[in-house]
Ligand binder design. Sequence first.
Ligand SMILES: C[S@@+](CC[C@H](N)C(=O)[O-])C[C@H]1O[C@@H](n2cnc3c(N)ncnc32)[C@H](O)[C@@H]1O
Length: 495
Amino acid sequence: MAKMTGHKESNEQEFQGQVVSRLNAEISKRSLGLDIATQEKPQKTTGKRSDLIVWIDRPATIAFLAIELKTPTTPINDPTFFKDALEKGRHWKAKYFALWNMRDFELYETTNPPHNPVPSDAIRKSTHPLALSHVEDWLKPNFKKDLHAQAIEIFDAAVVHSVSGLGHQHAIDPDIFVARLTESIGQLRTIFYKDLKRASGTDRKLRKRLKQIAAEQGFEGFVDDIDYAIAGQIGYRYIGQILFYFALRRKIPTLKEIEIGPKDALPAALKPYWDEVRRYDYEALFKPEPIEALVPVAKEAQTILRGLILQLGAYDWASLTDDVLGSIFEHLIPRGQQILLGQFYTPRPVADLLVASTIDGERPFVLDPGCGSGTFLMSAYAYLAHVANLSHKELLSIIWGFDVSPFAAELAVINLYRQDMAEYENFPRINVGNFFARNSKETLDFPAPQQASGMKKVPIPIPTFDSIVGNPPTCAHKTKMILILNTERSCSKQP
Ligand SMILES: C[S@@+](CC[C@H](N)C(=O)[O-])C[C@H]1O[C@@H](n2cnc3c(N)ncnc32)[C@H](O)[C@@H]1O
């Protein structure tokens, strides 16, 4: 930008301040789940002028829109202008960025490298350029009014795009999607970790409970920091629930759109939505679990969840293909993270080998009594899909998993569900609980197999299993065992 006089600079600052007030008036007038508009200190590399940011949550630094404002002397198609604006959007991790030279504007969705938007990707461009030629023109009453209207037009275009999901010119990129989710999970984990550490430092009962959870799930003594593993599990649980709910709405349109106001407390405000899903199934994901009550969900964490719901609501889920969504679920937890979450999973090739040498028969009932994220169950699914002519629904009815960890059970549900996301009747037989507390005469509620709507749950007896396959938790003496058991053929425990 040209060197400015002190006078010009103060005019510009004042103009920006006015825009911020105008945007704030708009934000407080409407219930959009947005927080505030502010002028932020610029990055060292990008000039003197403050950055104009609209926030989903200012304290949690979740930005919605970053506007790169230049004077009318900078052409809207100046490549440096575009580059600066994109950099700003990325720097503030804003969902949208805009270029605005007080005459024209362009609005874009912020993408992560290596995906660089190009001008033809603009969500909206100004249709009526203003006739300003100098920055001081904003002081003229007619221009002042038009400029304020233009600021609101930029803001509106971003809000409409975000809320309706309309105007998407690109398929959702799973990498970017997963990157956003991972970021939210990371932020949540940090907050839960801090709160768990603080609370368990003074609360002996809580410390004991955390140790008990670690012992139950078999990761006590294996992870460096139990609190960190459990904080991660809580974060994943909430994000998994939200993501899965959005995915389910594609198949069950009667599930309501999540509407959370800025003042609604989370997770309490989500309960009615979760209860509605549980009328269908998915208890393993949506039943309240003690792990969620270990620490209250701090305000900052609530804001992250609220922001995520707003962001997910902006996608056009109906046009999201099953394979893209499947890939999102598949990559939600990077392999390296799993150990930090206290989960020790068997590598898939090992599970495949064990499954192939264990499962027998056309329609065997298969169980993993400590199924974790469902590696053995997925392997059994693939094996039976290959050797027996069974539908997704039939496969799910014979492949069962238990896990004492709600987090693991949630992943197992998601992993079996995503094997065929086109199928409406998609109810994995996963149960959260202690395997040793189950008995063969017991029944568990699942949607009736013949129920086309899946609406009515019926008690289904735990079957007599033909094959039990899995990788049980580490024993007290810390040696690992792999269990291969075919109830008719063999029974062996291999150290
Ligand atoms: C070593 S992991 C194996 C997970 C999965 N089978 C695999 O191989 O990838 C053991 C799992 O058993 C679960 N578990 C431990 N004790 C259990 C119990 N009594 N009932 C059910 N699940 C249990 C743990 O939560 C953990 O997810």
